[in-house]
Design a protein around this ligand. Structure first.
Ligand code: PLP
Length: 399
């Protein structure tokens, strides 16, 4: 029965990571995969997360099924982190959250809900967007259309073009937005731009689907939630895909949530049953372990404060590297002004160099970035940064 199957092409990001692992160059540098690393190249477990995990294990008396929608402390804790207490109160039962296997699970459950609600809904995605948005949403049955977002000539968001393309959306369409730390460009909307986008969504009766995979990696937990909070406070309907992979460092535990906000308690209750039905058909319920850890951590003021302090230092570490890279590239050459690198947010930015140089970096020097020129800022270190600056500068100057 399987004899006619042809192997599928590797996922572009995971495939490149595999090529890096197989590269025998002893000086190779991996800037491709989206995982945080500290100065020593490790992806550490947050201390507060480790403590919460230990407490969870010590207190656990059963491995019986947990509630299908997710651990209540996890759901209320993550909702409060994302929306804040006031909004939770003002929208009350119009908000529902269901735990999912990571942010990918949340995106997929959101897509399945959209298909149940409006099979012909078009989803507008930024150009460019995270590569996995396409398979996750399209294979659920949705049609994706791109809106202009990033200008590779100026290395900045082209906001006028973004509004112009979204003006072509029609009532009932959905707009996928990155809550913060846009992946792959690192170029985020300002607060004023968020306000304008929400004006447009309101005027044209479009529904935002906001992907929040990096809350706390940009400017701070509250600052990074600005767009989501404005959307929930001003719009009748909002979908949010939340991930705990990066900000709690829980990548492999597959922890996330799909959040749906509608105009009425009845609509939200119905929407939640559609999400639960889709989950049951696919994997029944999300894994409990990560949810248990996050729920326990957020309910404990001491652990929550420790985690926030650790998250701040992760963000500061990345900001230090991003500024250093921009400054050193600017000092070493004047062909490209790399200020846009220091202005970017989160774990990623584009390097904005020609594609042949991306390939040369990979093939000649074992420096791996995505074809789009996306780099993982956290893959930089005090040791490898001078080498990267030297190689990029050499290629730009043609030496
Ligand atoms: C933009 C974006 N959305 C969602 C995710 C989902 O992450 P996960 O499923 O690992 O929680 C990621 C992870 O890289 C991402 O970059």
């Amino acid at each position: 029965m399987f004899e006619h199957l042809k192997p599928m092409p590797a996922d572009p990001i995971l495939g490149l990571n595999m090529a890096f692992q197989q590269d025998s160059n002893p000086e190779k540098i991996n800037l491709s995969i989206g995982v945080y690393q500290d100065d020593t190249g490790q992806t550490p477990i947050f201390k507060a997360v480790k403590q919460a995990e230990q407490q969870l294990i010590d207190a656990q008396k059963t491995k019986s099924y947990a509630p299908q929608a997710g651990d209540p402390a996890f759901l209320s804790g993550t909702l409060e982190l994302l929306l804040g207490k006031e909004l939770m109160q003002s929208r009350g039962a119009q908000i529902a959250a269901v735990a999912t296997p990571g942010g990918c699970g949340a995106l997929r459950m959101g897509a399945e809900l959209l298909v149940s609600a409006k099979r012909d809904a078009r989803v507008w995605v930024s150009s460019p967007t995270w590569a996995n948005h396409f398979p996750l949403l399209e294979s659920a049955g949705l049609m994706l259309v791109s809106y202009d977002y990033y200008n590779t000539e100026t290395n900045r968001i082209d906001f006028d073009d973004m509004l112009k393309s979204l003006d072509q959306a029609v009532e009932g369409d959905v707009v996928l937005l990155h809550g913060c730390c846009h992946n792959p460009t690192g170029a985020d909307l300002t607060q004023a731009q968020w306000d304008d986008v929400i004006d447009l969504l309101e005027a044209k009766r479009l529904t935002p689907f906001i992907d929040v995979a990096y809350q706390g990696f940009g400017s701070g937990l509250d600052e990074d939630a600005y767009g989501v909070r404005q959307a929930v406070s001003r719009l009748p309907e909002v979908l949010i895909a939340d991930s705990c992979s990066k900000n709690f460092g829980l990548y492999r535990e597959r922890t996330g949530a799909i959040i749906v906000v509608t105009e009425s308690e009845a609509q939200t209750t119905a929407a939640k049953t559609h999400i639960l039905t889709a989950a049951r058909r696919n994997y029944s319920m999300a894994p409990y372990h990560g949810e248990g850890i996050v729920g326990l951590l957020l309910a404990d003021a001491g652990l929550a404060a420790d985690w926030k302090a650790e998250l701040n230092s992760v963000r500061n570490h990345m900001n230090g590297l991003r500024n250093k890279l921009a400054n050193e590239l600017n000092s070493a050459q004047s062909i490209i002004n790399f200020d846009f690198v220091s202005d970017s947010n989160g774990m990623f930015c584009f390097l904005g160099i020609p594609k042949d140089m991306v390939l040369a970096l990979r093939q000649k020097y074992g420096i791996y970035l995505l074809d789009s020129t996306r780099i993982n800022i956290a893959g930089l270190s005090d040791d490898n940064l001078p080498v990267i600056v030297d190689r990029v500068t050499g290629l730009l100057k043609g030496t």
